[in-house]
Design a protein around this ligand. Sequence first.
Ligand code: HEC
Length: 142
Amino acid sequence: MTRKYMFWFIVVLLALSLALAACGGGGGSATGGEEVAEQPAETQDPASGGDPEAGKAQFDTVCIACHGPGGVGVEGLGKPFTTSEFLLTVSDSELLEFVKTGRPVGHPDNTTGVDMPPKGGNPALTDEQLIDIIAYIRTLHE
Ligand code: HEC
């Protein structure tokens, strides 16, 4: 198998260098024989692309009580987002899951001894609204 691929690799290389040599002198269009542009294989995170403005409006009614204006945190309540290591390590989808589940006092990752309630204690928040909130939170890190 590998040898076969090697053979074709060399054939393609030779063909490419011939094509390049042919184009080189004439000053004509040099588009022949160019490599195909790489396709970005990146898949879009479904929890990305929220509207940070709408998210701020939601944040300022629900999350602000514990996380403070602009996510600076409130001593004895919610953690600051401005310096959060956690926020740097999670994807938007993971963050969405997190906000929907919360982090109760008994959770091994809980550091404050205070509940992070599911959806900040507002079960009416839809995924779409939470995705907007996430887009807003992403703007707060210093
Ligand atoms: C009743 C208070 C309260 C409300 C309201 C609240 N949170 Fe929290 N949140 C907390 C507490 C307390 C923690 C920290 C828990 C711990 O000790 O790890 C936290 C942690 C977090 C974290 C993790 C931060 C980190 O660095 O670990 C995120 C993200 C978060 N909250 C998002 C939200 C969002 C979004 C909302 C609004 C929908 C919200 N919170 C509303 C109390 C609250």
